[in-house]
Design a protein around this ligand. Structure first.
Ligand code: NAD
Length: 716
């Protein structure tokens, strides 16, 4: 009946037509322009046909449909009127309305992921049958936008306002059992029974045993809530969602407002409200940033998969040296994600600590009902604590996570190399020490690279995989494959002290030290930077990292980049370190830490810190917030630009993702390079010039000046 490159329609027995989605040349179905146009054409034919009694919608791919092709929207986001995004959306609105208004019943067989526009298509059908292997959801608010093809209209009418608010504002993917319970789908069946079940439902509707027209009425009429009920549902959830999302993420609230304003409207008016809401959020820089991050995330995922394909073997067994904070975390994460791991330390107390940490994390999962006790037992059993190198010849990778001391690391690396096979990859979790330098201890430096996790390992998504001068592609590929298996986001970077993330984090701390020296109050700086969007301000962050760790790393960084990272005065960090105020780990740093009711450290302001700092700093004074932001961000941004220009990192996207995933740089700003783009590189360079008296970290690079002169951006 119809054959396109994304959609085909054929007639089955009994007057049933089947519309099949199978976008040629792509691994997934999505609503790109081609699919939208073909849907229009195919529906036009079905609408005109007089021999069709029912329509079945299916997919030939593993996923049903992942939603809109977001790359087509990107040029429209961040523009004052949403870039005319409304008219871009209009055609598929017409399609879905036509689908909903056909003269015969429709049923969709959801075999795999139906996200965003995929679920909105399903909601426009009369009946939805879902495979146990499928997932559904409306993830748009995670991208700073709202559902744009009727999701805010049909979901509350199908499943109720509470479910719609929850699904749309969380953006989470939903399991089949949850979707069934919420009434979003009509049935859940095993994959092999899906087609048959969907056809049976359709036949019942054709035979008049199921009232498909009543379902249409429900979707096209106002919500069945009286005014008080509507007020209760929408107003209370607005307050709750605003608290969860925070002031920098407006999309979830806009979605609720759309649903609220449309509650008493019929379909077409309700859709017009949604479209206006979409235009509003699409015009924000938040949408532009979050969509940009989404695309960057896809890029790093693709690169990591590419490395995995090149790996000569899968990591079946791993080992970690050192059972401390990091070694214990690495062992847990490896075992939890299914790769058995040996955990070696030089003393039993270390091993006990590493195991008890793993135990604590697993117990939490069990207590929250996310894991069975049996599974917990299995995970623990796949961590093999040891004080010897016995059986190290059976591991595919060893991650070294002993103390951050080059001499100790050299000795440990040389030692472990004698106990593994010629092709075992050895990776160091060092935070700062050059991989090329550490490799000097090894007979087979080609098998060696960096594998830098972030603390706490189970929670932080990033792993920097670092290529030393002699590192082979084989070593990188196996290490990235292992990071993928551990559920981490791997970014491959070239070697230098501090690699990418710590190399730019220390200049940020240097900016902080300078501010304190000039009389800024660390609490004010924390507040301003938290308002800027950082999950914690720099004083709090230094307390979490640990003043001893920071102090040590600073020295490595200064040796690596003496022209701009050498200290020229006694810093607030030095004062803390010298007074044994190491931060959270010993209960006092800039702040002091008390345990709250749940046993978590809670920061409290300490006058003692101010007294200790006073002799080394100017008299306390209030700083302008823009000055604080500039003095904190410029050193980080110029150093990041140097990393990009020197090829330490492959692209602006990877650099931005590394900071979001490694240190929680505010996602709504899309990363440091996006932040520079958003203020304009000419303005950024002017900011550098304004503070150039503060030292070389405040100097814009020549390439940045050139970009400013040419009006170019990091993201085009
Ligand atoms: P830690 O002090 O908590 O643990 C180090 C462990 O190594 C101790 O249990 C110690 O007994 C053990 N050890 C010492 N010598 C050993 C040897 N010869 N063989 C086996 N084990 C030995 O340290 P940590 O914070 O886990 O840091 C470990 C590494 O990870 C360092 O290189 C550090 O820079 C890096 N790192 C730390 C963090 C962090 O935030 N803590 C983050 C990223 C990377």
């Amino acid at each position: 009946m119809f054959k396109g490159s994304a959609i085909s329609v054929k007639m089955l027995d009994g007057g049933i037509a089947e519309m099949n989605f199978d976008l040629q040349g792509e691994s997934v179905n999505k609503f790109n322009t081609q699919t939208v146009l073909e849907l229009e054409e195919a529906l036009g034919l079905l609408d005109a046909a007089d021999d069709v009694k029912g329509l079945l919608l299916t997919s030939s791919k593993g996923v049903f449909l992942v939603g809109a092709d977001i790359t087509e929207f990107v040029p429209l986001f961040g523009k004052s009127d949403g870039g005319g995004v409304g008219s871009h959306l209009a055609k598929n609105h017409d399609n879905f309305n036509l689908l909903e208004d056909l003269d015969f019943p429709t049923c969709i067989a959801i075999n795999g992921y139906a996200m965003g526009g995929g679920l909105e298509l399903a909601l426009a059908c009369d009946f939805r049958i879902m495979s146990t292997a499928a997932k559904v959801g409306l993830p748009e608010t995670k991208l700073g936008i709202i559902p744009g093809w009727g999701g805010t209209v049909r979901l509350p009418r199908v499943a109720g306002a509470d479910t719609a608010i929850d699904w749309i504002c969380s953006g989470k993917e939903q399991r089949p059992d949850v979707a069934l319970k919420a009434g979003v789908v009509d049935g859940v069946v095993a994959p092999e029974n899906l087609r048959e079940a969907a056809l049976a439902v359709l036949q019942d509707a054709i035979d008049g045993k199921m009232d498909y027209e009543a379902r249409r009425d429900q979707k096209t009429e106002p919500l069945k809530l009286n005014e008080t009920e509507a007020m209760m549902v929408f107003e209370t959830s607005k307050a709750f969602v605003a608290g969860m999302a925070g002031p920098n993420y407006p999309a979830p609230i806009v979605a609720i407002e759309c649903m609220q304003q449309a509650a008493r409207k019929y379909r077409d008016d309700a859709i017009a409200i949604e479209r206006a809401g979409f235009e509003k959020v699409a015009s924000t820089s938040v949408a532009e940033s979050l969509v940009g991050l989404f695309l960057s995330d896809q890029l790093i995922g693709k690169k990591a998969k590419g490395w995995e394909k090149k790996a000569d073997k899968k990591v079946e067994r791993a080992a970690v040296l050192g059972a401390g904070i990091m070694g214990g975390g690495i062992a847990y994460q490896s075992a939890y994600k299914g790769t058995p791991i040996k955990m070696k330390d030089i003393n039993q107390a270390g091993l006990d600590l590493g195991l008890s940490e793993a135990n604590k994390l697993l117990s939490k999962q069990v207590n929250r009902g996310r894991m069975t006790v049996e599974k917990m037992g299995q995970v623990l059993a796949s961590i093999d604590p040891t004080l010897s190198y016995d059986n190290f010849d059976g591991v595919d990778i060893v991650v070294e996570a002993v103390v951050e001391n080059p001499k100790v690391k050299h000795a440990v690396l040389a030692d472990v190399e004698k106990h593994v096979t010629d092709d075992t990859v050895i990776a160091s979790n060092t935070s700062t020490i050059s991989i090329t330098y550490l490799a000097e201890a090894l007979e087979r430096p080609e098998n060696f690279c960096g594998m830098h996790f972030f603390n706490p390992v189970h929670a932080m998504p990033l792993v920097e995989v670092i290529r030393g001068e002699k590192t082979s592609d084989t070593a990188i590929a196996r290490t990235v494959a292992y990071a993928n298996a551990m559920g981490k986001k791997a970014i491959v970077v070239n070697d230098c002290p501090g690699f990418l993330v710590n190399r730019v984090l220390f200049p940020y701390f240097a900016g902080f030290m300078g501010l304190l020296k000039d009389g800024a109050d660390f609490q004010q700086v924390d507040k301003v930077m938290e308002r800027f969007g950082w999950p914690m301000g720099p004083a709090y962050l230094m307390d979490v990292v640990g003043m001893d760790t920071g102090h040590h790393a600073e020295a490595v960084m200064a040796e690596g980049f003496p022209d701009r990272m050498t200290k020229t005065y006694k810093t607030a960090g030095d004062v803390m370190f010298e007074n044994d105020r190491y931060g959270q780990k010993n209960g006092k740093g800039f702040y002091v830490y008390e345990l709250d009711k749940r046993g978590k450290p809670k920061k409290v302001v300490s006058q003692e810190s101010y007294d200790l700092l006073a002799p080394e700093t100017a008299e306390l004074k209030e700083f302008d917030k823009d000055e604080i932001i500039a003095r904190m961000m410029v050193p980080m941004a110029t150093e990041l630009a140097r990393c990009l220009e020197e090829g330490i990192v492959g692209s602006a996207s990877e650099a931005d993702m590394a900071l979001v995933y490694g240190v929680g740089f505010p996602p709504f700003r899309g990363g440091v390079f996006r932040w520079i783009d958003s203020i304009g590189i000419d303005k950024f360079v002017a900011m550098c010039d304004q503070y150039k008296h503060l030292g070389k970290l405040y100097e814009a690079t020549d390439a940045m000046r050139e970009m400013a002169a040419n009006g170019t951006k990091y993201y085009t």
